[in-house]
Design a protein around this ligand. Structure first.
Ligand code: NAP
Length: 316
């Protein structure tokens, strides 16, 4: 099969095309003929060796989420069958990731795609969708009528979190990057939007919630987040997925919740229900062919990606 893989840790140019054997399939696994693979900052971290095991195994096929069609199922798999359209998030990929024509994944990390999405759009959201929904529902336990700042909302996780927060009946202030980012999160349903790189972000946010906001979902760290935290009411909650830099420090009187997006059967059932109920819009910023995976990483490194970058495995 064709795959985009690295033979060493390094920059985007380390990703090259490889002819590799189709991974072997274990009894509790599903073989997915990949249609779309997600590209996120964590892929670049792995490419650079940030999460490197002591004896990394090369060639290493990148990619932790995506969508496709079930090509084979292991002997113990009952929930899925050949031909199903599925999506998946699997952080542990010892047999190789989603930047490939085929990937073998434990069946409990695979789910039918939501009815309202096609393979391309479903493939863009396993990691970001699970992380957004679990931030709103599990970490923050956001309730109807509460106010929330979704900080750095114009990226992969934030564009979905805005819609899930609206689905739960919250009033949403979204900070985004640049005019396109601000316009996008407004279209996605934010009640108020601010360019998060403006100096007076806290003054603006106070107009939204004069008594302070109930919750913050932080998708970037730094000065702007610190300013948002000034607007959190006493006893308010701040949640962020691990990985934002710099991670915010605990302050007296606020509840700080760090979390990771979790993949599993129940988690995907909840995501599918929320996608349906929210009539979710998935914003694909750019789509690259598998052979051009290195270009997708060059684009990621340039920054200011509004929405999500994906790879289309069968595009030329
Ligand atoms: N632990 C987990 O399970 C998990 C899972 C998913 C994601 N994450 C982490 O969550 C974070 C968000 O992920 P993502 O995929 O959504 O990232 P992303 O697509 O890069 O989105 C971040 C967005 O925030 C914008 N932004 C940055 N600084 C801002 C500011 N001061 N004000 C307003 N907007 C700002 C960025 O715009 P510019 O590019 O123009 O600055 C970008 O649009 C990352 O740190 C990622 O590592 C963790």
């Amino acid at each position: 099969m064709f795959a985009a893989a690295i033979d060493r840790f390094g920059g985007p140019e380390a990703i090259t095309g490889h002819a590799l054997p189709v991974p072997p399939l274990d009894a509790d696994e599903v073989m997915i003929a990949v249609d779309t693979a997600g590209v996120g900052s964590w892929d670049a971290d792995v490419r650079e060796g940030y999460y490197a095991p002591r004896n990394p195994h090369f060639p290493l096929v990148l990619g932790y989420d995506g969508s496709g069609i079930v090509a084979a199922v292991g002997s113990r798999v009952r929930r899925l069958k050949v031909g199903d359209e599925v999506y998946s998030y699997n952080w542990e990929n010892p047999k190789g990731g989603f930047y490939a024509e085929y990937v073998a994944v434990p069946a409990d990390k695979v789910a039918p795609i939501p009815k309202r999405l096609d393979l391309r759009h479903a493939g863009a959201i396993p990691i970001t969708g699970l992380t957004a929904l679990q931030g709103i529902d599990d970490a923050l336990k956001l309730k109807k009528g509460e106010t929330i700042i979704i900080h750095a909302a114009s990226g992969g996780v934030g564009t979905l979190a805005v819609q899930f927060a609206r689905l739960r009946g919250a009033r949403v202030l979204a900070t985004a990057s640049g005019l396109e980012g601000v316009e996008l999160v407004q279209e996605l349903g934010a009640h108020m939007t601010i360019d998060g790189k403006r100096a007076d972000i806290d003054d603006q946010a106070r107009r939204f919630a004069p008594d302070g906001v109930d919750a913050i979902l932080a998708l970037a760290g730094g000065d702007a987040l610190e300013k948002c935290m000034n607007v959190l009411r006493p006893g308010g909650r701040l949640a962020h997925p691990n990985g934002i830099e710099p991670a915010p420090k605990k302050r007296r009187g606020l509840e700080l919740i760090r979390y990771d997006g979790i993949s599993g059967v129940r988690e995907f059932e909840r995501l599918n229900a929320a996608v349906q109920a929210a009539k979710l819009k998935v914003v694909i910023a750019e789509c690259y062919s598998l052979a051009h995976a290195y270009k997708a990483h060059e684009r990621l490194a340039e920054g200011h990606v509004v929405g999500k970058i994906v790879l289309s495995i069968h595009a030329s």
